[in-house]
Design a protein around this ligand. Sequence first.
Ligand SMILES: Nc1ncnc2c1ncn2[C@@H]1O[C@H](COP(=O)(O)OP(=O)(O)OP(=O)(O)O)[C@@H](O)[C@H]1O
Length: 228
Amino acid sequence: MITMKDVSKTYPNGVTALSGVNIRIEQGEFVYIVGPSGAGKSTFVRLMYREVKASKGSIIINNTDMQRLKERKVPFLRRNIGVIFQDFKLLPKLSVYENIAFALEVIEESPRMIRKRVMEVLELVGLKSKARSIPDELSGGEQQRVSIARAIVNHPKIVIADEPTGNLDPDTSWGIMRIFEEINSRGTTVIMATHSKEIVNTIKKRVIAVEDGLIVRDEQRGEYGYEI
Ligand SMILES: Nc1ncnc2c1ncn2[C@@H]1O[C@H](COP(=O)(O)OP(=O)(O)OP(=O)(O)O)[C@@H](O)[C@H]1O
């Protein structure tokens, strides 16, 4: 479960990206974060994986207090939170297999377990045949599927995606959304910042709308609500 109480974030340059945010997200929910450009969506999700720290308020994620979490403990947090970005952020010189295995090698899993888990997630994202390819040899959609596989290989309870379909064409985006739905159906919380009206209005989920750093709407099976 994720709770934010009276959370504000002011960046060092004085910009207040979020103010007075109160939210509760239960385990297993699927939540879209929507809003105009610059509204504070990325800041909202970055707070959850401690890419940024709140200036005020409290953020508790599965009993961990984000404000008190020491910098050296952040890598442990990331094992329970998978993060997916618009630009994939794969390691260009490593194969698909190695990109995914890397997340397990750093926590010293056995080679046998690593192989089993990597092949399982590659199967889930439909990329078993590309295990030996490097990212440059893949399409954008395939690269995003690798980054999803990497994010879930540790079986995190929460997956956070910041504009995961922002660089993809519509057809490819639907395929990516099916993977997120599958992950969510297995009990993982999915939190997704998106600008895609089509996706939000078609695959109906909870919608949290952010404008000027404030939460202005929070609806189950909500609409995108903006004219793009
Ligand atoms: N690292 C930073 N330092 C200073 N200001 C920042 C930083 N990151 C974001 N901001 C500012 O905070 C505000 C909210 O930005 P944020 O990236 O959270 O919005 P967003 O809703 O994700 O926008 P977009 O849809 O364009 O990605 C903006 O005014 C932005 O310029």
